[in-house]
Design a protein around this ligand. Structure first.
Ligand code: ADP
Ligand code: UDP
Length: 239
C-alpha cells in the first residue's frame, strides 16, 4: 500500500491517504511535545519504538477481543490503519495517582486507587483538552447517544484489565494511559491512535523508575533508553 497525500500532521504522527478510502497510513514521528506543545523536543528512533510498542499492544488487545484500527505493520514507522471518524474524547484510565489527577485533587503521586478510574477529556488543543463529564460530552455532541459513553468506559476498563496484567508480568506498573476511539461507516467503535510510552505511564516495579514520557516532561533524560526498555520487556515471551 502506497502513501498518497498527507491528510494531517499532528504532534507525534502524520496521517496519509491511500488508494483505498477506508484505509490510512499512520507515520510515527520522532517529535516529542509536552504541556500542550509548550515544550518541544526530538528523539531519534522514538517513532520506530512507539510504532513497535503500539503494534504489539494492539495485537495483544485484538487477541483479547478488542477491535482495533490496526490492519498491518508496513515498516519500522508506518502502520496501515482503518480510516475512522475519531470520537473527540480522550479516555484516560488510571490505576495509580499521578499527573493531572494528583495536581487537580491533591492525591499524592503513587497512591494506588481503590478502583480503576475512567475519565473523559475533550480532545481540543485550543482549550487544552479539558476534563469533562458525561453531560458535557452530550452537550458538545461528542457522541450520538449516552450508551456510547458507557461503551467507552467499558472498553477502557476491559483494555485496562488486559494491559495491567500483561505489564505486571513484565515488571512494570501500568499507572495510567490515554485511549482514543473512532467509528467506521457502520458506526462500529474501534480502538484507534496509539498506546505507547507517549500515552501511558509505566513505573518499574523494583526501582520505581519512570519509563515513559514523564522523562521528557520532567527533563529526567534517558527518554530513548526508557522506551527501549519498555519494548524489551513487552517483547519477552511470558505466559
Ligand atoms: P495530535 O493530533 O494530538 O497532535 P498525533 O500527532 O498522534 O496527535 O496525530 C494523530 C491524529 O490521528 C490524532 O488526531 C488522532 O486522533 C488521529 N487518528 C488516530 N488514528 C486514526 C484513525 N484510525 N483514523 C483517523 N484518524 C486517526
Ligand atoms: N495523556 C496523553 N495525551 C494527552 C493527555 C494525557 O497521552 O493529551 C496520557 C498521559 O501520558 C498519561 C495519562 O494520559 O499517561 C494521564 O495524563 P494526565 O491527565 O495525568 O496528564 P498530564 O500529567 O500529562 O498533564
Amino acid at each position: 500500500m502506497q502513501k498518497r497525500e498527507l491528510l494531517y500532521e499532528g504532534k507525534a504522527k502524520k496521517l496519509y491517504k491511500t488508494d483505498n478510502d477506508s484505509l490510512l497510513i499512520a507515520e510515527f514521528k520522532d517529535d516529542l511535545t509536552a504541556f500542550n506543545a509548550l515544550k518541544k523536543g526530538k528523539e531519534e528512533g522514538k517513532g520506530a519504538l512507539n510504532a513497535k510498542i503500539s503494534a504489539k499492544l494492539f495485537k495483544l488487545l485484538e487477541e483479547n477481543g478488542i477491535k482495533t484500527h490496526l490492519v498491518e505493520v508496513l515498516d519500522d514507522t508506518h502502520h496501515l490503519v482503518k480510516n475512522l471518524k475519531i470520537i473527540q474524547i480522550e479516555v484516560v484510565v488510571r490505576n495509580i495517582a499521578a499527573g493531572s489527577l494528583s495536581r487537580r485533587l491533591g492525591i499524592k503521586e503513587g497512591k494506588v486507587l481503590p478502583f480503576s478510574l475512567v475519565e473523559f477529556y475533550y480532545k481540543n488543543d485550543e482549550l487544552q483538552d479539558p476534563l469533562i463529564n458525561d453531560e458535557h460530552a452530550l452537550l458538545l455532541d461528542l457522541v450520538e447517544h449516552e450508551d456510547e459513553l458507557e461503551e467507552l468506559k467499558r472498553l477502557g476498563r476491559e483494555i485496562n484489565v488486559v494491559l495491567k496484567s500483561f505489564f505486571a508480568k513484565r515488571g512494570l506498573k501500568l499507572v495510567d494511559f490515554k485511549l482514543e476511539f473512532g467509528k467506521d461507516e457502520d458506526g462500529n467503535i474501534y480502538l484507534a491512535d496509539e498506546i505507547s510510552p507517549d500515552s501511558c505511564r509505566f513505573w518499574d516495579m523494583q526501582s520505581g523508575e519512570k519509563l515513559d514520557k514523564d522523562r521528557f516532561r520532567e527533563g529526567l533524560g534517558g527518554v530513548k533508553v526508557a522506551y527501549e526498555e519498555v519494548l524489551k520487556r513487552i517483547s519477552e515471551d511470558i505466559k
